[in-house]
Design a protein around this ligand. Structure first.
Ligand code: PMP
Length: 460
């Protein structure tokens, strides 16, 4: 969706600094928490980078809303960074958790809910014959890579620029910086302390660009798998094109390379069959997380039985290792089972949620147009992304406008003052959000953008 505006973007450090001070002044209790925390945790919190200028400290949450320590109420579009698709404290998830708490919360031996949650997953994920649980999406993609290597005897992996698969060495390769022409994309490594050898293992592919297919063919002899995130959340909800995903499937088949869908965000969010259903393509393996854990830590690898069975010892007693003290822990299994059961009960749930997403994307496009700020709104289903000043609909992370990221943080901050909390320039909706909540978010964008215009962030 495009908004035709006339303004030019002003990336002015003084304006940004003044906005920062104004926002901080409105959050005195959060400021106190932030200052105390900085004495102990570098940067106050692992979460700090998501929220600008400071993280709001949350006191409690209910349904579509979070309440901070300053007594402010927010329409929550962060949703725990994705998992809280039913909103907060959904009664069925809450009572399942309370019941489990009474019986004990961490054992070691398994609980029945592991198979029950697993059944809900394999019955809905295209190509899902078996599933194995771990503690996070990061662990899931690492495990999927190990399985792919064990299955193919090849060592390297390919991933798309702008896609995030966790914070291990390969998960962030070419995440923030694309280098080289699309035909010969070079791998960049985000984050210090990475092994240079890791970069060698990663083939960076241009997203939504046919050069990716030639590259896969060229590198096939060494390539175990290709990871793709159908909606790249870290690139502000840039969406893969359907024909592109279909051709990717065909090229992987042609080259004997395993296709892995990273559905940590999209799984059970776009619909019961996630991005695979959305694109109508069946991957060899799927990594999951977030929604399937009902708000508790989780990751999972789901896919063909012959691949997942590689975690069992072979004739030589060797296997792919998937471990973790908290893998398939009772609280997560119970919460995940309760959440998926609610989601899958009624065929109307996902269409209604996705309609809310359409309403939001349309409304945000209108808010940009009304304030004369050019930009584009991306996303699918209940996921949205905001690209200020993008000259055309972004089709890959290469199309993102750098300057808009800095100014976008000011927009995030002013939205906070209007009662909306979102992740950096993208967010999610839940089944707890009403049309009125969505309209409040749209109205908040209008006000925040108008304020920024008044303060001189947009010229013209
Ligand atoms: N893959 C994707 C697409 C993600 O968005 C994330 C987390 N945001 C991960 C993997 C990693 O999951 P986790 O944070 O649970 O390790």
């Amino acid at each position: 969706m495009a908004a035709q505006g006339t303004s030019a973007l002003i990336d002015n450090s003084e304006l940004i600094e003044a906005a920062k001070r104004r926002i901080e002044a409105e959050l005195p209790e959060s400021m106190k928490c932030f200052e105390v925390a900085q004495q102990v945790v570098p940067g106050a919190s692992g979460r700090s980078r998501f929220f600008w200028p400071i993280p709001t400290y949350i006191d409690h949450a209910d349904g579509a809303y979070m309440y901070d320590v300053d007594g402010r109420r927010y329409v929550d579009c962060v949703l725990g960074l994705g998992p809280m698709i039913l909103g907060h404290r959904h009664p069925e998830v809450l009572s399942a958790l309370q019941e489990q708490l009474e019986r004990g919360w961490h054992f070691g031996p398994p609980v029945r809910e592991e198979a029950a949650l697993g059944r809900l997953i394999v019955d809905n994920v295209p190509g899902g014959e078996r599933v194995v649980f771990v503690g996070s999406g990061t662990e899931a993609s690492l495990a999927a890579l190990h399985i792919a290597r064990a299955a193919t005897g090849r060592s390297r992996l390919a991933k798309f620029e702008g896609g995030y698969h966790g914070w291990h060495d390969f998960g962030m390769g070419s995440l923030r910086r694309a280098a080289g022409p699309p035909e010969q994309a070079q791998t960049t490594m985000d984050g210090l302390g990475r092994s240079p050898a890791a970069a060698h293992d990663i083939v960076a592919l241009p997203f939504n660009h046919p050069a990716a297919f030639e590259r896969i063919r060229r590198e096939a002899a060494d390539l175990a798998c290709v990871f793709i995130e159908g909606v790249q959340a870290s690139s502000c909800a840039v969406v893969a094109e359907r024909d592109f995903v279909h051709e990717l499937r065909a090229v992987c088949d042609e080259c004997g390379v395993l296709l892995i869908f990273d559905e940590v965000i999209t799984g059970f969010r776009l619909g019961p069959s996630g991005a695979a259903g959305y694109f109508d393509v069946t991957p060899d393996m799927t990594t999951l997380g977030k929604v399937i854990g009902g708000g508790f830590p989780i990751g999972a690898v789901c896919g063909r039985a012959d691949l997942l069975n590689l975690i069992l010892p072979n004739a030589r007693g060797e296997s792919v290792v998937m471990a973790g003290t908290f893998s398939a822990n009772p609280m997560t299994m119970v919460a995940g089972k309760a959440q998926l059961s609610v989601l899958l009960r009624d065929d109307a749930t996902y269409p209604a949620l996705n309609r809310l997403g359409d309403r939001l994307r349309q409304g945000l496009t209108g808010a940009l147009a009304d304030t004369g700020v050019p930009g584009h709104i991306t996303g699918a289903g209940s996921i949205y992304g905001v690209h200020l000043f993008a000259p055309a609909m972004p089709r890959s992370s290469r199309d993102r406008v750098d300057v808009s990221k800095r100014v976008g943080r000011v927009l995030d901050g002013y939205l906070l003052l209007e009662g909306v909390l979102q992740a950096p320039m993208h967010g999610f909706l839940s089944t707890a959000h009403s049309e009125a909540d969505v309209d409040l978010v749209i109205g908040a964008y209008g006000k925040a953008l108008a304020r920024m215009k008044e303060e001189g962030f947009f010229a013209g």
